[in-house]
Design a protein around this ligand. Structure first.
Ligand code: AMP
Ligand code: GLY
Length: 426
């Protein structure tokens, strides 16, 4: 079959790498892709915001199946446009993607279906006095989130009234996140250790993929601003079999059932961010797609036919035997641009990739070819990944950092402590 993959980041490079292993693949198109995906299929220079053009391209090229990587086209309804024309899609409808597209909707969904999450209230830009009233009475810390999409940056942890009031000003008066911040959710701060769980759903059935853990802060020891993710590993030892079982019963099953009851059955990957404390797990957030950089560590741990897994899910009858999880572990470190997630420069030549040993794989995220040279082209530039059969991430970590030392470009920045919570744990 001919398949189109939408997106251009490290996650899409990781998806492409698994898809091309399938014996059922005839040709892979990546819209728009990056220099990494160009080694695996044909990059097509179309804007992912131009849904009509994407659908026309797929029809003209007899593409049967579309895999949508990033959240924005999902939240904007690209799935619905493709389905109308008879093209199968892995990725939720616009209605189902509200689990990520509107934090207010997702919190109300959890409340309605009794799914454990932090207590919350929500406010709109017209309710300034109500929100100040609330902030005067609540207990701190609180977490203030834009309800709409904000590329992982619309979350502020506020230790006191002063910082909460100034965050509200940023969102409502200084328009920091535009319309996305005109509706907000304020929730109770959850303590514990975070993990990411990917559930591949066919609407009424699902497969849970190996757990992972992201590192969201920019600097070592979890300091600095939140980013899209600076590195990850899989599986996450904090997700023991017992906890995973409890997450399945208390979170995953009620989520799938709730989506059916609400008449928004979900086909695609549900990313569930959980906070784990002792035996207790609560939902921090839902995302309507695979995580980035978590996909770069979860997908290499699968054996079997990943394309078959997601295609069978898109057809509504998931093949649960399509993939197996062996005793692999994987770890990746993101090489970012100096200054990310704030301002950063692009266009620096990347050196050293010819020299990377075979026990690591370099996923491209923000790169492009300029005058026949590979240059930086985004905040997160590369994700250097290694997998190991021992089931202990320490071996992967050593391999990744040894290869990372060979990669050079102006302003390169990466964390030196990825995986620190998992070291020595099975
Ligand atoms: P979100 O976009 O909702 O995942 O939030 C981004 C990050 O902010 C999460 O990965 C957490 O590290 C942190 N965060 C969000 N909500 C909470 C919460 N209620 N308690 C503690 N930390 C949170
Ligand atoms: N790594 C976090 C995310 O993909 O949302």
């Amino acid at each position: 079959m001919k398949v189109a993959l939408i997106g251009s980041g490290g996650r899409e490079h990781a998806l492409a790498k698994e898809i091309v292993k399938s014996k059922n693949l005839d040709k892979l198109f990546i819209i728009p892709g990056n220099p990494g995906t160009a080694q695996l299929g044909l990059n097509v220079d179309l804007d992912i915001g131009e849904h009509e053009k994407i659908v026309d391209f797929c029809l003209a090229n007899e593409i049967e199946f579309i895999v949508i990587g990033p959240e924005q086209p999902l939240v904007d309804g690209l799935t619905d446009k493709c389905l109308e024309k008879g093209i199968k899609v892995f990725g939720p409808s616009k209605q189902a993607a509200r689990l990520e597209g509107s934090k207010k909707y997702s919190k109300e969904f959890m409340l309605r279906h009794k799914i454990p999450t932090a207590d919350f209230s929500s406010f709109t830009i017209g309710e300034k006095s109500a929100v100040l009233n609330y902030l005067n009475k609540t207990t701190y810390p609180v977490v203030i989130k834009t309800s709409g999409l904000a590329a992982g940056k619309g979350v502020a942890i506020c230790p006191n009234l002063e910082s909460a009031s100034s965050t509200i000003k940023d969102y409502f008066e200084h328009n920091k996140f535009g319309k996305s911040g005109h509706e907000i959710v304020i929730e109770q701060f959850l303590e514990g250790e975070e993990a990411s769980i990917f559930v591949v759903s066919s609407g009424n059935d699902y497969v849970i993929l190996p757990s992972s853990q992201d590192h969201k802060r920019a600097f070592d020891n979890d300091y600095g601003p939140n980013t899209g993710g600076m590195g990850a590993y899989s599986p996450a030892p904090v997700v023991t079999d017992e906890i995973l079982n409890s997450i399945e019963q208390k979170i995953i099953k009620p989520t799938i059932d709730g989506l059916i009851k609400d008449h928004t059955p979900y086909i695609g990957c549900i990313y569930i961010g959980v906070m784990i404390k002792g035996a207790d797990a609560k939902v921090v957030e839902y995302n309507c797609r695979f995580g980035d950089p978590e996909a770069q560590v979860v997908l290499p741990n699968l054996e079997g036919d990943f394309l078959e897994l997601i295609y069978s899910a898109a057809c509504g009858k998931i093949n649960k035997d399509a993939v197996r999880f062996e005793n692999y572990s994987s770890l990746c470190v993101v090489a970012a641009s100096g200054g990310y997630p704030e301002e950063y420069k692009k266009g620096f030549e990347i050196h050293g990739l010819d020299n990377i040993s075979k026990d690591c794989y370099v996923y491209h995220a923000g790169t492009k070819i300029k005058n026949e040279k590979l240059v930086t082209d985004g905040g997160r530039v590369l994700a250097i990944t290694s997998s190991d059969k021992s089931g202990d991430v320490s071996a992967c970590r050593e391999k990744v950092y040894a290869q990372l030392a060979k990669i050079k470009y102006d302003g390169i920045h990466y964390r030196n402590d990825i995986g620190f919570r998992a070291l020595g744990k099975k």
